[in-house]
Design a protein around this ligand. Structure first.
Ligand SMILES: N[C@@H](CCC(=O)N[C@@H](CS)C(=O)NCC(=O)O)C(=O)O
Length: 392
């Protein structure tokens, strides 16, 4: 998401350009619940229910989960992530919270006498509902919030502790610090002193925000942000560099994996102009929050989208590390000049969510770490590389 999900190839698989999409040799499938049912169908089939009425009940709970849980969770949560174009609104949040409570209340009553949703077995409805509850339990519903729903809580933890779930989700812990409008963990004192403090965890001033689909309720909330004034870019005033960053990006993109180290990485160090460019490691400060892998990935995609305006002067690899939650985000950036560009510090609030350390080019270990991230080796800092996103 945020990288290839609007390409013609992707839109051919899902015209609305959303993830996930499942690609199979018979064709592609979008909409996560359709994907889940397809996967269930090509297995032994029993996850779908075994009688017509059980099958209908499986569908009933899938639609319930989608309409009475997931829809409200997403409306509640998405504005808190700081995605471009998704705006926080108190009334919308309150309505979403009421919607969630109504859904949980009825689910709680139903589960008082049941272990699973349909019959006495796990079905794809349990899988979907559990996944829809996951974001709630891990991000916004702390124990006081879920106290009125003990059967939902018992059901949820029974499910996520099944080996089939924990293999994918790792250990699931209920949040003790629910995500709120204000990002309390953001250390205000470390903010470079700028007049432009981010108002909310959302980049209203990010240039060219990509449109994100909004629910109908959000429509009234759209800001008309004026285009940023055109200032000469100080990076264009630096002494010319013999290194052309586009040559590196081309080499990076066109080198086959098998020879990547010998050709692309070697080529990079050969072409690097250490006077015209600098390399920086970044290390996310709040890895404890990274409890859900795709949310962590979205966080990184959002950061890279907000950096789009510096694209001509930068290249980066951002890595998500770890076999299970909490996931770590670490990366390396190549910037024109010897500092993190001023406009980046001013306009991209993500910068302050990371520790930044300039790469010491006299230290082979640091250079190797850069090479590993560029190459996407299986392990980075001894941790499994789960996903790597490239800024180029
Ligand atoms: N109903 C869809 C929702 C998919 C969805 O909203 N995906 C988001 C990420 S969680 C997305 O791809 N957004 C990108 C966009 O809206 O352009 C499903 O369950 O698959």
């Amino acid at each position: 998401m945020g990288v290839t999900n609007k390409t013609p190839e992707f839109l051919a698989m899902n015209p609305i350009g959303k993830v996930p999409v499942l690609k199979t040799s018979d064709g592609s499938v979008f909409e996560s619940n359709a994907i889940a049912k397809y996967v269930a169908r090509i297995g032994e089939g029993e996850l779908l229910g075994t009688t017509p009425i059980d099958m209908a009940h499986v569908d009933q709970w899938i639609f319930f989960s989608m309409n009475e849980i997931d829809r409200h969770v997403m409306t509640w949560l998405l504005p808190l992530f700081g995605l471009p174009g998704v705006h926080y609104n108190q009334t919308i949040e309150n309505n979403a919270i009421q919607g969630v409570k109504r859904g949980l209340d009825s689910l709680n009553a139903y589960l008082a006498s049941k272990t699973f949703l349909v019959a006495d077995m796990v079905t794809v409805a349990d899988i979907i509902l559990t996944c829809d509850l996951l974001l709630g339990f891990t991000m916004i519903w702390d124990a006081p919030f879920t106290a009125p729903y003990p059967h939902v809580t018992r059901y949820f933890f029974t499910m996520v502790n099944q080996p089939e779930f924990s293999k994918i989700l790792g250990e699931v812990k209920q949040t003790t610090a629910p995500k709120k409008k204000e990002k309390e963990t953001k250390p205000k004192e470390e903010k470079p002193k700028k007049e432009k403090q981010p108002k909310q965890p959302k980049p209203a001033e990010a240039p060219k925000p990509k449109p994100v689909e909004k629910g109908p309720e959000d429509a009234a909330e759209e800001d008309e942000a004026p285009a940023p004034p055109k200032k000469p870019n100080p990076l264009d005033l630096l002494p010319p560099s013999p290194m052309k960053i586009d040559d590196w990006k081309r080499l990076y993109s066109n080198t086959k994996a098998a020879v990547f180290r010998d050709v692309a990485i070697k080529g990079f160090w050969d072409m690097l102009d250490p006077e015209g460019y600098s390399l920086w490691f970044c290390d996310y400060k709040y890895n404890d929050e990274n409890t859900v892998n795709f949310v962590t990935m979205n966080k990184v995609s959002g950061f890279l989208q907000r950096m789009e305006f510096i694209n001509k002067y930068a290249f980066a690899k951002m890595c998500i590390l770890g076999d299970s939650a909490p996931f770590e985000i670490k990366g390396v950036w190549l910037f024109r000049g010897q500092e993190i560009p001023q406009r980046v510090l001013e306009e991209c609030y993500d910068i302050e969510l990371y520790e930044w350390k300039k790469v010491d080019l006299s230290d082979e270990a640091q250079k190797n770490r850069v090479s590993d991230m560029f190459e996407e080796t299986d392990l980075i800092d001894g941790k499994t590389l789960l996903e790597c996103k490239c800024f180029k």
